[in-house]
Design a protein around this ligand. Structure first.
Ligand SMILES: Nc1ncnc2c1ncn2[C@@H]1O[C@H](COP(=O)(O)OP(=O)(O)O)[C@@H](O)[C@H]1O
Ligand SMILES: N[C@@H](CCOP(=O)(O)O)C(=O)O
Length: 353
């Protein structure tokens, strides 16, 4: 999730840019209007990889690695039952990201304060690793809140995209989390748009998740204000090629995942990841820094190739001479997951007691 420093300021976060729902009547004071006590909303939400190499703040790919978030309307208070990745480190109060996202959805719908809730979350998406955990939390919160609202106040799919993208500050993670597959997102006069693109079934994401975190806000703070025209031209070409490679021509994934726009500037914050990525690319694999890092994502061409990538990661990580193995006097440990690209995004289900 994006912070508030100059380089990572949300693109357009003013209320005038927010969804046009200000004319909706406020319903927070009408108890019967919001789904009754006992109602439970569950959201199964995938992770995502932003940028996918050269498509900074635009391209995004859903990753088949899921958090499950369940909200129950209760009589009073705000309760938490959290487990899995990051559970010990997140606040248990109104500042919890899922609750903040729910309130943002209620605000956009003109619905006032959230009702009393119990939040149960089981997280598989690691925090601060570039696999879109904050976007998934935001999407889960906004979709859960929407399901609690009466039909008359529910946000449209476009309004959901606006609220989620404004909260994140960039749309490339929330779009595939909402829609699945590959998405091309862009911002135009304060509104976010996203186009889903079919992904070739042979594309297999392999992630290597290191044991250290880099906050997205920190990684964005490392980016320069200006880049050379030549650099922009190289990246534009590779980003365009990447859409073709992911959709039709996976054999082109190595040249298509080359980036000069963000990865080189962020290397100082994730040296072991850059070493692993470089070694994998030297072996002919389409490795890149996932999102703002430090996870290394390799896009394999078929299941057999994915197995070879996983084996190569294990071998490089075991090489005592490599900074992917030992960095600043300590051993870096990596978790490797062979995932898939889900065709569908977050799924919501509602039940009543
Ligand atoms: N499921 C979650 N529940 C609560 N907070 C979350 C959740 N996922 C992410 N966050 C918050 O977002 C932060 C990570 O966001 P960010 O730095 O953007 O990394 P990432 O690449 O994982 O999205 C966490 O430290 C935490 O504060
Ligand atoms: N385009 C963003 C993507 C951040 O993804 P995350 O998963 O690291 O939050 C960026 O590169 O900053």
């Amino acid at each position: 999730m994006t912070g508030s420093a100059v380089n990572n300021a949300p693109l357009h976060a003013t209320r005038t840019d927010a969804p046009d729902t200000d004319s909706a009547p406020r319903i927070g004071s009408v108890p019967g209007a919001i789904t009754p006590v006992g109602t439970t909303v569950s959201v199964r939400v995938p992770g995502s990889t932003g940028n996918v190499g050269p498509g900074f703040d635009s391209l995004g790919l859903a990753l088949g690695h899921y958090d499950t978030v369940t909200l129950t309307r209760i009589e009073r208070g705000l309760e938490f039952d959290l487990s899995g990745e990051g559970a010990a480190g997140v606040p248990r109060g109104p500042e919890h990201l899922v609750i903040r996202a729910m309130q943002a959805a209620f605000d956009a719908a003109g619905a006032g304060e959230l009702p009393p809730l119990r939040l149960r979350a089981h997280n598989a998406i690691p925090h601060g690793r570039g696999m879109g955990s904050s976007a998934s939390a935001v999407v889960a919160g906004v979709l859960a809140a929407n399901a609690l609202l009466p039909a008359s106040h529910r946000l449209s799919p476009d309004a959901v995209l606006q609220v989620c993208s404004h909260m994140e500050g960039h749309p490339d993670n929330v779009a595939p989390t909402l829609l699945g597959g590959l998405t091309i997102s862009y911002e135009d006069e304060g509104r976010f748009h996203s186009v889903p693109v079919r992904v070739h079934p042979d594309v297999v994401p392999v992630v290597a998740v290191p044991d250290f975190e880099v906050a997205t806000s920190v990684a964005r703070g490392l980016l320069p204000e200006m880049i050379a025209h030549r650099t922009a031209a190289v990246n534009a070409g590779r980003a365009a090629l990447l859409v073709a490679a992911l959709g039709e021509r996976p054999e082109l994934l190595v040249p298509a995942t080359f980036d000069l726009l963000h990865q080189p500037y962020r290397a100082q914050a994730m040296a072991p990841s850059c070493e692993l990525m470089t070694r994998l690319r030297d072996l002919g694999h389409a490795a890149l820094i996932s999102g703002a890092g430090p996870t290394v994502l390799t896009l394999a061409n078929g299941a057999e190739h994915a197995g070879r990538v996983a084996a190569a990661i294990e071998e490089i990580a075991a090489d005592a001479a490599s900074s992917a193995h030992e960095y600043q006097g300590r051993t870096v440990t990596w978790r490797v997951h062979v995932l898939r690209v889900p065709e569908e995004g977050a799924k919501v289900s509602v039940s009543t007691q």
